[in-house]
Design a protein. Structure first.
Length: 144
């Protein structure tokens, strides 16, 4: 029997995704583990995800946040597609953060498209978790 009331907040749910053809996922796995250690529920999609696959997983898993790990330089192609699909699915309340190699001049454009933050390699795990906690507005837990 659950002791939480139907209106109590559930744990923050984060989808960590590796879009595109980039085959390097060590950083994404480190972030996924760090967010779990910070008390969040984390769903890791694995490598080579399409924007459609990512948005479908976000919808199915009812996530509060999507973390895209992009090291391939394809952020200006992938992120707009993810953001458009989120909008089409009426998932505009899902926080989107990007981690990886993003040149400084591209960051403003990603934020204009709705990305909440861009974290460069070497970002502190605590800073990432704190940002997500501060900017996600978790939905109430479902009554069981």
């Amino acid at each position: 029997m659950s002791t939480s009331s139907p209106t109590s907040a559930r744990r923050i749910r984060v989808l960590v995704a590796k879009p595109g053809l980039d085959g390097h996922d060590r950083g994404a796995k480190v972030v996924a583990r760090g967010l779990r250690d910070a008390g969040m529920e984390v769903i890791y999609t694995g490598l080579r995800q399409t924007p459609e696959m990512i948005v479908n997983a976000a919808l199915q898993e009812d996530v509060d946040c999507i973390g895209l790990s992009i090291l391939s330089g394809a952020h200006n192609a992938i992120v707009p597609d993810v953001m458009q699909q989120l909008h089409q699915r009426k998932l505009d309340d899902v926080l989107v953060v990007v981690g990886g190699i993003v040149p400084e001049p591209d960051i403003a454009g990603l934020k204009q498209q709705g990305v909440a933050a861009v974290f460069a390699p070497g970002s502190r795990m605590g800073d990432i978790a704190d940002f997500i906690r501060t900017h996600v507005h978790p939905r109430p837990a479902l009554a069981t």
